[in-house]
Ligand binder design. Structure first.
Ligand SMILES: NC(=O)C1=CN([C@@H]2O[C@H](COP(=O)(O)OP(=O)(O)OC[C@H]3O[C@@H](n4cnc5c(N)ncnc54)[C@H](OP(=O)(O)O)[C@@H]3O)[C@@H](O)[C@H]2O)C=CC1
Ligand SMILES: CC(=O)N[C@@H](CCC(=O)OP(=O)(O)O)C(=O)O
Length: 348
């Protein structure tokens, strides 16, 4: 059994990690932290759990664990990971701290980086692209929900070398903003739809461009720190009145002559054998992925404009976050990749 700890276990990511890891046959959960709930039972923070074990201080969780999940706001993991790694442990960070080159991170997140040297150590945690590297990783930079959806949607076109650019529209449920999410009061979100962080300002843009740029330069299985090409994306996120789920529609500008058959063959070939990516005949919908670790995709050739549309749906807290982190843990520890991860979800 591998001893696993969770920092930030009173947040939405923490809750989803608890749900998944409690069912993992190779994992012993040895500690969970929260400032607010320290010394209180898990069930005090989480009414859905029947578990009276106590939240512990961060240091104690780290001390007990061999692998530490960090489900904390941006800017905290960078101060904790150096000590975790020095102690010979492995870390999976759910925040943005190690996903981007430090100078790019500082420019887009507005947070000075405390451990810039560790970026070179971090492996980007998208298993569909970085599986081999993840098996050896000590530090994983786990991608978030929008970026996972957009990258999976456009990766086959980028790896084929035909992606010139894309307009990406994202729709997210409110749990994407975390348990204390700003602007997610029921009275202001219900029966309402709103765009936010528009006009090229959302911090996920450089991460999407980096991922697709790596694929352009390196093809199907890029190295995190290998060569990258240039792709320009427009990204427009919206908040929608639902709890979970992300739907991304990417309108791609592509080189060459395409038709539906060629597009289907590209996507089916690229994702052949992937345990958690399904290329559909029909259009994906968020509810079809609810609670599962799946991303559902549909590429569509639009003959009138010569554009390629790709629709992607996933559960932001599972494939867009905690499920992906468990998938990475499985790779790092040599467990079957789908251990403790649901391929199917909840309906209705
Ligand atoms: N929600 C989503 O869909 C996704 C989120 N992410 C990323 O994952 C990370 C966690 O997100 P999420 O679970 O939604 O966030 P939440 O706000 O729901 O949870 C944050 C957790 O961090 C703890 N925390 C907050 N501030 C501090 C602090 N200063 N020191 C120590 N602990 C602190 C909180 O507990 P307490 O206050 O009790 O200490 C809580 O346990 C974030 O970096 C987020 O960007 C990534 C993908 C998707
Ligand atoms: C609805 C909402 O606010 N969503 C968040 C996305 C959360 C996420 O993907 O987290 P990471 O930033 O860790 O990737 C946002 O737009 O910033």
């Amino acid at each position: 059994m591998v001893r696993v700890g969770i920092l930030g276990a009173s947040g939405y990511g923490g809750a989803e990690l608890l749900r998944l890891l409690k069912g993992h046959p190779g994992v012993e959960l040895v500690g969970f932290s929260s400032r607010k709930y320290e010394g209180k039972a898990l069930s005090a923070a989480w009414p859905q759990l029947w578990d009276e074990r106590l939240f512990l201080p961060q240091e104690e969780v780290v001390g007990r664990a061999e692998v530490v999940f960090l489900a904390l706001p941006n800017g905290l993991a960078m101060g904790l990971v150096p000590e975790i790694l020095r102690a010979g442990k492995r870390a999976i960070d759910l925040s943005g701290d190690f996903r981007l080159p430090p100078e790019v991170y500082e420019a887009w997140y507005g947070i000075p980086h405390k451990s810039p040297g560790l970026y070179q150590e971090a492996v980007y945690g998208l298993p569909e692209l970085h599986r081999a590297e993840l098996r050896e990783a000590r530090l994983v930079a786990n991608p978030g929900c929008y970026v996972t959806a957009a990258t999976l949607a456009l990766a086959p076109l980028a790896a084929e070398g035909v992606l010139k650019g894309a307009f990406v529209v994202g729709l997210s449920g409110v749990s994407g903003a975390g348990r204390e999410g700003e602007g997610t009061f029921f009275a202001e979100v219900n029966e309402n739809l709103k765009p936010y962080k528009v006009g090229g300002t959302h911090r996920h843009i450089p991460e999407m461009e980096l991922n697709l740029g790596r694929l352009l330069a390196q093809g199907h299985t890029p190295r995190t720190h290998g060569a990258r090409g240039e792709v320009r994306l427009s990204f427009t996120p919206h908040l929608v009145p639902m709890i979970r789920g992300i739907l991304v529609t990417a309108e791609a500008e592509v080189e060459g002559a395409w038709d539906q058959g060629k597009l289907d063959a590209l996507y089916r070939g690229f994702y052949a054998g992937e345990p958690f990516v399904r290329v559909l005949e029909d259009l994906p919908q968020t509810k079809g992925t609810l609670g599962s670790n799946r991303a559902d995709l549909k590429p569509l050739y639009e003959g009138r404009t010569g554009r390629v549309l790709v629709f992607a749906a996933l559960d932001n807290l599972v494939k867009g976050m905690a499920g992906q982190a468990v998938q990475n843990l499985n790779l790092m520890l040599g467990f079957p990749e789908d251990t403790a991860l649901p391929k199917e979800g909840l309906w209705p």
